[in-house]
Design a protein around this ligand. Structure first.
Ligand code: SAM
Length: 289
């Protein structure tokens, strides 16, 4: 078993191998693969996220990790590398006003505009992290859409981080995390997790509405859409302006005319007034023409 002195020694030799060059290589790879910009001020954050992975792989230095990622055999490692580099902070009903708007404006409008027999509703949670966002959307659908069972209602939940997509699909959360969920909804849609103590798991009433998939917002999108609403929240903050501009244009194209785009509290869409109009706090509507 390693003693404290050996662990200390291995930590400091790993630190020494985390040079500016290795940092630049990792930052370049993250940007190329995900669009996430990691500036030099985040060097310590990158070190602490990657050091675990380097140890897990039994490598002696960050140079070895670079070499592994560059090698043909290291292609599969890129997924684990990217998973380590994403920031996945989220919570149920984060930015509550979005869910109020969904329930009080978006869904009533969809109900009012439904054509004959066209009870179809599509929502995309485009950076769903561990699932709190799509489950909150599903709860809002139950609350705002009477006779939900008569609707062809689907939520697509996607994220780049494959670990997060797996966690989201599992739908098991510490009881504490469920606090923002209204009590009636908690009782109606969550059960005690039989496999893990002090955790609650989402019921089929929510899960059956959601499809979980790994998807890179920078890559090709296999779905056709169009969506009634897209939640793309707190992910564009990690992108530079050209990436953001391309993404917003593609998101607008994925919306129905009159469809809704929800973005994060610190995000803005300054130059898309031709296709998206601001209708509420960080809420945009697709306008055509
Ligand atoms: C801070 S979380 C936001 C979660 C949720 N939308 C919210 O607002 O609470 C950002 C998520 O964006 C994902 N992400 C980062 N780059 C991405 C990309 N290129 N494509 C898809 N998802 C990405 C991360 O994996 C992470 O789960």
């Amino acid at each position: 078993m390693a003693n404290a002195a050996t662990i200390y020694e291995s930590q400091s030799s790993l630190e020494a191998s985390f040079t500016d060059d290795t940092f630049q290589f990792f930052a370049g790879l993250v940007y190329e693969q995900s669009g996430i910009v990691i500036g030099a001020q985040k060097k310590n954050m990158m070190f602490s996220r990657l050091v675990r992975r380097v140890r897990q792989l039994g490598l002696k230095s960050f140079e070895d990790y670079c070499a592994f990622l560059r090698s043909p055999g290291g292609e599969g490692e890129i997924v684990a590398f990217i998973n380590a580099m994403t920031t996945n902070l989220t919570k149920f009903f984060r930015e509550e006003h979005h869910f109020e708007f969904l329930e009080e404006t978006v869904i009533p409008e969809i109900i009012a505009n439904k054509g004959q027999n066209r009870r179809r509703l599509r929502i995309w949670s485009a950076a769903c992290s561990s699932g709190e966002e799509p489950y909150s959307i599903a709860i809002s659908l139950h609350r705002a859409l009477p006779s939900l069972g008569d609707w062809d209602a689907r939520i697509l939940a996607t994220d780049l981080d494959t670990n997060m997509v797996a966690r989201a699909a599992e739908g098991s959360y510490p009881a504490e995390a469920l606090k923002p969920v209204p009590q009636a909804a908690r009782h109606a849609h969550f059960l005690t997790d039989p496999h893990k103590s002090n955790r609650l798991v989402a019921c089929a009433s929510l899960k059956s509405l959601i499809t979980f998939r790994a998807l890179n917002l920078l890559g090709t999108w296999p779905m056709k859409g169009p969506f009634d609403a897209i939640f793309c929240r707190n992910v564009m903050i990690y992108f530079d302006n050209p990436t953001k501009a391309r993404l917003v244009r593609r998101l607008a194209d994925m919306l129905k005319p009159g469809g809704w785009l929800f973005i994060g509290h610190s995000e803005t869409l300054l130059d898309h007034q031709d296709c998206l109009a601001l209708r509420g706090r960080t809420i945009y509507q697709r306008i055509d023409g």
